[in-house]
Ligand binder design. Structure first.
Ligand code: ZN
Length: 467
């Protein structure tokens, strides 16, 4: 790109041939250009390629305002922030304007006066796209003054003309003029404010403290809401609901693979550790499966949802428990295993809402999920009837002890003792590390247990598998 010095005045801007475009046109043009170049438009958004993203692109190409409907933790905020990518790198505004006025068509009184006085010599500034985004979480205590603006009673008392915008303190939305403004949890706005918002969107005018003020803003409005709040009667005024051109339903990852990809991308990572970490695929799958099962369990409040954050936190927890073990036992590799799973009670219970208020049920619900997840994942890898040779060896009093604090070497002994176990382990483990082998052995023992082939008993802090 040729480097040209940027225009500093309205006159220079005119001379450069620059043509300002309304926000919807700008986003549409840039989106189409990105589609054409096959550029990734929403980087880091996983699992929405065939659902949310095409609808979102259609809305932008149509120039429609958008409302995202979805439970918490469905990347709604992240997508909204990524809309910035569809804006020009920077746009010219009249220098010092509170509402980012278009140099060729200012709407605020201050800028109109300035342009009338200075003409082409009026100074302009360039606003980067990152500064053209605003968002607000709707709460019942937000007032018109926060979102739209307030009139200054002192200036009104001084005898200024009542609709003279010089008396206005602009709120968040006018300050995002020529940008994107997002309202999270739209149904929590008071009805009065919803009416105000509707008037602003539809009529370009607003009422502040009884004064009617014309304010032809150019804002791309995006909102989010929980679907139940949105559809429940009276939570959103009908004209405002009609005004949103596109309602886009977000969702949780539909596949285990997507759930795992998000976890791997989002989990907290540290550097400089002296041990190394390895999470076997089946353990990742169990973590993802637990969350996916939780999204279907009637004991859990599905209205508040079960976010991917549950998977992320649980993944971090089992890995941390493996790290504690590695450090305690002086092992090189931290590899999570089945006996680490009970620790996810701590990272799960705060993030789900049970339908009943009984604390002991918390753990039971989570333990059930762990068991079912282990069963589902195990049965994807193994046909249980092909493992009868292993089960048979437990007849006659043979048993295997495992625990979250037991060293990997003790597990390796089991593999050597049991005929055929090494082959079974190889299905899920191709690593030579004893820590990985230990994890695989426990996965198989647990798989036999959840398939009702082995009993499992807790004895003095250890788990014993036997017939
Ligand atoms: Zn202005």
């Amino acid at each position: 790109m040729a480097k040209r010095s940027k225009a500093k005045t309205i006159g220079e801007l005119k001379a450069s041939g620059y043509q300002p475009v309304p926000i919807r046109g700008e986003m549409r043009r840039n989106l189409i250009a990105m589609i054409k170049k096959r550029k990734k438009i929403f980087p880091g958004i996983i699992g929405y390629d065939d659902t949310v993203i095409p609808q979102l692109e259609n809305a932008i190409i149509s120039g429609q305002d958008i409302i995202f409907l979805g439970e918490r933790g469905q990347a709604k905020s992240r997508i909204m922030r990524l809309l910035i990518n569809l804006l020009d790198k920077e746009i010219p505004i009249i220098k010092g304007c509170e509402i980012n006025d278009n140099p060729f068509a200012p709407i605020c009184k201050r800028c109109r006066d300035k342009v009338a006085e200075k003409g082409d010599a009026t100074e302009i500034a360039w606003l980067p796209r990152e500064e053209r985004y605003g968002e607000k979480l709707a709460t019942p205590d937000i007032a018109i003054t926060d979102l739209i603006g307030d009139v200054d009673p002192i200036k009104v008392a001084e005898g200024r003309y009542l609709s003279d915008e010089l008396t206005i303190h602009y709120g968040l939305i006018p300050r995002t003029n020529r940008g994107i403004f997002c309202i999270n949890e739209l149904p929590d706005l008071t009805e009065r404010l919803q009416v105000g918002l509707f008037n602003l969107m539809e009529e370009s005018d607003i009422q502040i403290r009884g004064y009617r003020i014309r304010l032809p803003l150019d804002v791309f409005l995006v909102a989010s809401a929980n679907p139940e709040d949105y559809t429940s009667r009276g939570r959103i005024i009908t004209p405002l609901k009609d005004r949103y051109g596109s309602q886009i339903r977000t969702h949780y990852p539909t596949t285990i693979e997507d759930e795992i990809s998000i976890v791997e991308m989002e989990r907290r990572q540290f550097s400089g550790d002296e041990f190394e970490c390895y999470v076997p695929p089946y353990m990742e799958e169990i973590i993802a499966e637990i969350t996916q099962l939780a999204r279907k369990v009637p004991d859990i409040n599905q209205r508040s949802g079960v976010s991917v954050r549950v998977s992320i936190a649980n993944y971090e927890t089992i890995l941390s428990n493996a790290i504690r073990r590695a450090v305690t036992l002086g092992e090189k590799w931290a590899v999570p295993r089945i006996s680490d799973l009970p620790y996810i009670r701590a990272s799960t219970s705060g993030k789900i809402e049970l339908e009943t208020f009984d604390e002991t049920r918390d753990d039971k619900v989570i333990d059930d999920l762990i068991r079912k997840a282990a069963l589902n994942v195990f049965n994807r890898y193994y046909k249980i009837h092909k493992l009868e040779d292993i089960v048979e060896q437990f007849s006659g009093g043979f048993s295997v002890e495992v625990s979250a604090t037991m060293s990997a070497k003790q597990y390796v002994r089991n593999v050597k003792e049991m005929i055929g176990l090494a082959d079974v382990v190889n299905v899920v483990n191709d690593s030579e590390r004893p820590e990985a082998l230990a994890s695989a052995v426990e996965f198989i023992l647990e798989g036999l247990h959840v398939n009702k082939r082995l009993n499992k008993a807790k004895i003095e802090g250890k788990t014993v598998y036997r017939r």
